[in-house]
Design a protein around this ligand. Structure first.
Ligand SMILES: [Zn+2]
Length: 377
């Protein structure tokens, strides 16, 4: 990749971004070791598309018993990890690790869904949306009647133009009757009945969830104040990073998020976000695992190309893995579908990458200031 231009926005060096999982992992591990982070590998049982080993990697910077911790997560949604990995590398290469206060630690989780990251999918190896998987599976699972009504149209058996047009027309008719919001809920709030379908929340905790829980247990049992930034892409204006907060409206946690990240914080439950209400979010798992600490969790969501590109990419990906030949990387249709998904969720453009880096630095700095107790109201 070319060197950063002399007039790079905010000093952004887009060489932190990668186009393959293994390259992203390499950059992350090099940057982590370069700043003296304590690195742990959490090996995944399956290989990547090139036979490469997969893992979630965690990097801890700072004193082991730090009471205040900034956590940055990438790859919850697989291929979105390319966009989240770059800012993690940027953070590790920059001045923050060497200048952390004595009582502050940095915990970076790289590729929490490594299978999706490597295979350029949003979901895990179980076809599960990890960000819908954090429900209590001992209790009745959330129902999504809208999804049930539309599932055959969201998941066509064939991708020919006539079939797609028929299903799109059916979805459009349902939207006209029930409203735009109801259709978004039906599609993407989460469903627990259709294991091959889109936005499936699973039938139990996935490898990715269990691994995240183990990392939290290993590193954050003694933390007292924790800021969590979970890096995402796909919703909202191109290149803008929206800190989406799903803590209970009016709660202490959401007030803390506002103190730290200011008025840019949005709340799906209040209708102020590019996202809508969802079930089984990672955030809820962190609330439970970190009940002993004062936390604020945001999903930092970077917009890309907008509808209908993302919807189509997810539809085609689900089709590929149920009906196509996803492991045949030489197949033209497989290549087209995989690449469309990766490029939607992590656009390979410098202007977008610069915007992601600039905004990420701002959000990380605000979090560190908030942890230090110095944020202005
Ligand atoms: Zn996401």
């Amino acid at each position: 990749m070319a060197a950063a231009p002399a007039w790079a926005v905010g000093g952004a060096d887009v060489s932190v971004f990668a186009r393959e999982y293994e390259q992203a992992r390499q950059k992350f591990l090099e940057a982590a070791r370069g700043c003296g982070a304590r690195v742990r590998h959490w090996p995944h049982p399956l290989p990547g598309p090139h036979g490469e080993a997969l893992a979630t990697d965690s990097a801890w910077v700072g004193a082991e018993d730090a009471a205040r911790v900034l956590v940055v997560i990438c790859g919850t949604h697989g291929a979105e990890g390319f966009a989240g990995s770059g800012p993690q590398v940027d953070l590790l290469r920059g001045p923050v690790p060497a200048t952390l206060p004595r009582d502050t630690g940095l915990l970076l989780l790289h590729a929490v869904n490594p299978h999706g990251f490597a295979w350029w999918r949003r979901v895990t190896e179980e076809n599960v949306d990890l960000n819908r998987n954090w429900v209590d599976f001992a209790r009745p699972l959330p129902a999504n009647p809208g999804y049930e009504a539309l599932r055959e149209h969201y998941n066509p058996k064939s991708l020919d133009a006539a079939t797609l047009a028929r299903h799109e027309a059916a979805i459009e008719a349902w939207r006209a009757e029930h409203g735009v919001h109801a259709e978004r809920v039906a599609r993407s709030t989460g469903q627990y009945t259709d294991p091959h379908g889109i936005f499936y929340g699973g039938s139990g905790p996935t490898w990715a969830r269990r691994t995240s829980e183990a990392i939290l247990q290993a590193h954050l049992a003694r933390a007292r104040t924790v800021a969590i930034v979970d890096m995402h892409t796909g919703l909202g204006p191109y290149g803008y990073g929206e800190p989406i907060c799903n803590h209970a409206p009016g709660s202490e946690r959401v007030q803390r998020a506002r103190r730290w990240w200011g008025p840019s914080v949005t709340e799906p439950l209040l209708g102020t976000s590019s996202s809508q209400e969802k079930t089984g979010l990672t955030e809820f798992g962190y609330e439970r695992a970190l009940a002993h600490a004062d936390i604020a969790f945001v999903a930092l969501e970077f917009g890309t190309l907008g509808p209908p590109h993302g919807e189509n990419a997810l539809r085609d990906d689900a089709w590929l893995w149920q009906h196509g030949d996803p492991r045949n990387l030489a197949d033209a249709q497989t290549r087209r579908i995989r690449q469309a998904l990766r490029d939607y969720f992590s656009p390979p453009r410098e202007d977008w990458q610069e915007a992601v880096l600039w905004r990420s630095r701002q959000v990380f700095r605000q979090a560190l200031e908030g942890l230090a107790g110095g944020a202005a109201h």
